[in-house]
Design a protein around this ligand. Sequence first.
Ligand code: ATP
Ligand code: MG
Length: 389
Amino acid sequence: MKEIILLKSGEIALKGLNRTSFEELLVRNLRRRLRGLGDFSFSQAQSTTYVTPPSGVDMEDVLEYVGKLFGVAAYTRACAVEKSFDALAAAAPVYLKDQLSRARTFKVEAKRSDKSFPMKSPEICRELGAVLLEHFPHLKVDVNSPEVLVMAEVREHAAYLHAGQTPGAGGLPVGSSGKGTLLISGGIDSPVAGWMMARRGIELTAVHFESPPYTSERAREKVLMLLGKLVPWCGYIRCHVVPLTRVQEIIRDTCPEEYFTLLLRRFMMRLAERAARADGCGALITGESVGQVASQTMAALGVTDAAVSLPVFRPLIGMDKLEIIARARQIDTYETSILPYEDCCTVFTPRHPRTRPQLSTVEDIESRLAVQELEDEAFSGMHDVLVRG
Ligand code: ATP
Ligand code: MG
């Protein structure tokens, strides 16, 4: 029996004239992900993508990738048969045997986009329902909330049978909203922030700041591991690792303690912006959330934003920590995030950070630092790692 996968591309369908390019991007992303599993073929019609696997491939492996593909509203494996009622009637009891033997109630729904098919949808439902009742006499029809929804779709090239759909990863195909630079620490929040923006179609590059010897090799590896967890959703991610030791030492030695974190964050933003522009990225992405820590009060975020001119996307801004943790668990970054390595933000932390900083005061302090020189030095110490998962 020939099995394929159907992908329904929900929100993409709303995109009017852009729809074709969105769907092409969806297929391109999927093709890349599946490359290691063999030679797949793809076709598209009516907001549905048909993925035909090579023979011998493990469908569970394929579904694992498909479930992480942004732009997919729902997906299902389906059996492809010749376009005749007899073929549907012969295949259905065999292909759906497992689900139907276990269920108590079912319903058949039919879709007929090929209007030349001799039976209309209600007739297909009725007749196929009768065939299934004959094979599985314990079943009852429940039109309102069936345990198994049997779908028979008669389309252009073939007819397809499946038993309902699984919700997909949602969102938009990665790349359809341009590129953005994720500021990633080893914490819980920033990987989630990157995942959320990737789901909105943003292709990610990443910047990570470290302060050796105050931060360790293992702290950096943890960050690369976190990015690796995002790769199945986002594709390969290039990470720029930037040394901030000198910047931090200068701040520690010459600036008022309550401004340490804020000054550091502005350096981070400016350096990230520089990397972003070099990568052709149109936004910075951070894991900040209002009120979470002193550097995330409204005033502090304002002072941070004022350091850059690119838009700063903070998808977690209105989320509670528990919601962020739930998402981190779902995308499997949580266990890595809680490994106990230091971040450069936690080196030289002030005892009483400013929660209502004035931009003019911060700018005044910065005017006494050799900001440009320090940035050039940090930037020239940057090195890149391509994370492939
Ligand atoms: P996270 O859990 O993501 O570390 P956090 O709540 O600990 O966030 P901060 O440490 O204040 O908050 O950092 C706020 C944001 O700044 C992070 O979400 C991240 O986007 C960015 N950031 C912090 N430290 C680094 C770093 N070492 N390299 C790159 N970005 C960083
Ligand atoms: Mg942090």
